[in-house]
Design a protein around this ligand. Structure first.
Ligand code: 5RP
Length: 293
């Protein structure tokens, strides 16, 4: 019991300072609770409102793809230059030091690989996912694929239930399959399905007409980089997405398969956060690459 002597009445109510009723800085997040907002604030830079997520979740589908042969060597040193690390529990546990303070976006669905039919996925258990201390959790939906559409959306919806229970944002990742169109109409549909099912972030692909994809998705949208492009083109991709209203990137191959991954992630961050043009970003890339010797 606290000492009851000398209980002083408060006399500093800040009567000239109204309570802050300004909106939260990220699209679609106003009505979410404190935990979701707090985690989103760790992922999205407060000043730019954007994020550079580094994706290295490819191995569970593709094995040791180029640039990801050794996550301890290829990815861990880049961590400090990303805003968020997106990967699977196994590689994060074994290759990312637990002292890491960058937020983790945990890939929570797993299943089949490139050797068979992809996307027949299940979710990690709730306990396993939570034990990784994720700032966000991600799962893919394969809209338009008759064999896996229903099960991937069911997985996604269950993941949002888990996320909402613990106030952990969920990122919906829109698949691109052999038979799926890669146009704004398709990505608008797939992104909107993620958002309608409770996504706090949507990861999709840049395409012509991307401003429509962003406009019809009521939460922040980030783009995947897709297959490796020459560095200037990858910076143009990021720039164009940002111009269309994207809230950042979740890039993998265009960073870790670059000739100079550290220079590339710094250049991408320059475009995403600092308003660099692709040309300026490329100059930064060259400068950092050349300074590495
Ligand atoms: C689609 C994904 C990938 O696992 C990965 O994160 C994509 O990154 P990138 O296309 O930039 O290499 O999101 O499953």
């Amino acid at each position: 019991m606290a000492d009851l002597d000398d209980i002083r009445d408060g006399d500093n109510f800040g009567l000239n300072t109204p309570a802050d009723t300004s909106a939260f800085y990220l699209k679609g997040m106003n009505h979410t609770d404190w935990g979701i907002k707090n985690r989103m604030s760790r992922i999205f830079n407060r000043k730019s409102g954007r994020t550079v997520m580094l994706a290295f979740d490819h191995g569970f589908l593709m094995g040791p793809t180029s640039g990801l042969e050794r996550i301890d060597i290829n990815i861990a040193p880049l961590a400090e230059h990303a805003d968020c690390l997106m990967g699977c529990r196994g590689s994060i546990r074994s290759c990312i030091p637990p002292e890491n303070t960058k937020p983790i976006c945990l890939r929570t669905d797993t299943g089949t690989t490139i050797l068979t039919e992809m996307n027949h996925n299940v979710l990690l258990s709730e306990e396993q996912a939570i034990s990784m201390n994720p700032a966000a959790m991600a799962a893919m939906i394969s809209v338009g694929d008759a064999a896996t559409e229903a099960s991937t959306i069911a997985n996604f919806s269950r993941l949002v239930d888990i996320g909402n229970k613990y106030s952990i944002p969920v990122m919906g990742v829109t698949a691109v399959g052999k038979d799926m169109a890669r146009d704004a109409r398709y990505f608008s549909l797939a992104s909107r399905v993620c958002a309608e099912n409770g996504a706090s972030i949507v990861k999709t692909y840049y395409t012509e007409g991307f401003e429509n994809v962003v406009a019809c998705t009521p939460v922040p949208v980030v783009i995947a980089g897709g297959k490796k492009l020459p560095e200037l083109e990858a910076l143009e991709l990021a720039y164009n997405a940002i111009q269309c209203g994207a809230s950042g990137v979740d890039m993998g191959r265009n960073v870790f398969q670059s000739e100079a991954p550290l220079a590339m992630i710094k250049a991408v961050a320059g475009v995403v956060h600092d308003g660099l043009t692709p040309k300026e970003g490329f100059e930064l890339y060259e400068e950092v690459k050349n300074s590495q010797g």
